[in-house]
Design a protein around this ligand. Structure first.
Ligand SMILES: [Zn+2]
Length: 139
C-alpha cells in the first residue's frame, strides 16, 4: 500500500488561510517540484528540451519547506527567487545568515540537513507562519 499524496489547495491562498491550515494541523503538501536543500532557488523548472533544471534566478527569499514524506515528515530551510516565493512557507527577505548558508551549501552540498522532523518540524512551520504573517487588515 502506498501513501496517497494530498493536493494542497492552500498553496496560492492568502497567508491568513495558510496560517489557519497550519493551526488546524492540515499537512502542507509539496506544491511542486522543489529541492529545499539546493544552494540557490530550489524551484525545479522545465527546460527547453524537456529536462527539469533548477531555477537559475538569484535567491532573494528564505522560507521553510515542509515535506510530509517520508514519514514522519521534515522541514527544511529553503531559498527562492521572487518568482517562486510562493513555494515556501513563511517567506522573508534574505538575511546575512541566509547568504552564509547559501555559501555553505555551495561548499558542502552533502551536509545540508532538515531543520526538524515530525511533530517538532510541524510546530516549527506553525510558529514561523504565525511570525511572518502580517495581521489581517481591519475593516
Ligand atoms: Zn526561482
Amino acid at each position: 500500500m502506498t501513501a496517497t499524496p494530498v493536493y494542497d489547495a492552500t498553496r496560492r491562498a492568502s497567508p491568513a488561510t495558510r496560517r489557519l491550515h497550519v493551526e488546524r494541523g492540515t499537512v502542507l503538501v509539496d506544491p511542486g517540484p522543489f529541492q529545499a536543500s539546493h544552494a540557490g532557488c530550489g524551484a525545479i523548472v522545465p527546460s527547453g528540451d524537456g529536462h527539469p533544471l533548477y531555477c537559475r534566478h538569484i535567491p532573494t527569499w528564505a522560507g521553510l519547506r515542509w515535506y510530509p514524506y517520508p514519514a514522519p515528515g521534515s522541514v527544511w530551510l529553503a531559498f527562492t527567487c521572487d518568482t517562486h516565493v510562493d513555494q515556501v512557507e513563511a517567506a522573508r527577505p534574505l538575511l546575512d545568515r541566509d547568504r552564509a548558508e547559501l555559501q555553505r551549501r555551495r561548499d558542502h552540498p552533502r551536509q545540508v540537513q532538515p531543520l526538524a522532523t515530525g511533530a517538532a518540524g510541524r510546530r516549527l512551520v506553525e510558529r514561523a507562519v504565525r511570525y511572518y504573517t502580517p495581521p489581517a487588515a481591519g475593516p
